[in-house]
Write a protein that binds this ligand. Sequence first.
Ligand SMILES: *Cc1c(COP(=O)(O)O)cnc(C)c1O
Length: 371
Amino acid sequence: MAKPVNNLIDLLLNDNIKALKPYESARRLFSGAGNKQQVWLNANESPFANDFTIDAERFNRYPDCQPPAVIDAYAAYADIQPNQLLVSRGADEGIELLIRAFCTPGKDSVLICPPTYGMYAISAETCDVGIERAALNDDFSLNVDAIKAFKGKVNLVFICSPNNPTGTSVDKNQLLEVIEHFADSAIVVIDEAYIEFDKDNSWAAELTHYPNIAILRTLSKAFALAGLRCGFTLAQAPVIQALMKVIAPYPIPEPVAQIAAQALSSKGLVTLEQQVAVINQEKALLKSALAKFADVELVGDDKANFILFRTPQKSALMNHLVASGILIRDQSKQVNLDNCLRITVGNPEQNKQLLSEISRFFTLQTSTQEA
Ligand SMILES: *Cc1c(COP(=O)(O)O)cnc(C)c1O
């Protein structure tokens, strides 16, 4: 018998994969964190869990690749044509499909504008696609000149608006300048995962004018369906047809399609609107309460369902909250976000609990300092 190679996996593993670590998603970071009733304010999920029904009658059949009930309902919701839409396993799969369809491994690159969402870079890395960076300005606006300098060097430009984790919306004119500058050389991917909290700033209505934009959407945030794994890419038909070449044959499980269609029904959209209103109201309360702490500085803007803030006591506060069963997200490793923490807006009860723990933390700090 041949001697087994004890480093077989090292031998076979792609060079670009060797250095990677599994993505530290909010859920992975805390998956084993105790059995207490945890308050999850770390992944920008909705605090609302809505009811759905499932019909098992067709579970013996493969599902449609692009279930018409979902495509038609979302196209109507976004006010675009069905042939300008792709449904995928979350917006995250949309990111990966764009990279796989439009970037040649080992040769092409994408451009990202940090601080921003982590999956653009992760997907590029796993596909052996290069990553260029044009950091946002200090006020988190686009550094348009820095971005424009990458013309001819990148195939995709990822721009997140409202941006995670800064909560800032990208200025229309800045974005327009970028889209026009890359008109004959790159697709500008506008990530609108949080657009329901910033309704007036969607680019969906502009799709028909720009062959080089793609818009990412999701049911994971405002629609309260992160567990469903359902997202969308909006673009002109040629872009969608290119993505259809790389998507799996049956990407949307039948139960997912059924639930997505219910979420997009007129009743589902009423629920969406009500819940977005509650979150916006809670966000305003949370923001003004946080701003009152001497050691808290609000950072960025509030155009999504989360709040970013800076505190010199970042690590101690994070530890205190985790010990109290409240999970939030450390963003301090991102450029320009030293000492920054991100809090997802929860339901009224969770937000109250959060504020009372933060208050307790700062009171304890002060009494320790005075002692
Ligand atoms: C949450 C999030 C996504 C991922 O959405 P899924 O549909 O859950 O994959 C994409 N982009 C941004 C900016 C996000 O915050």
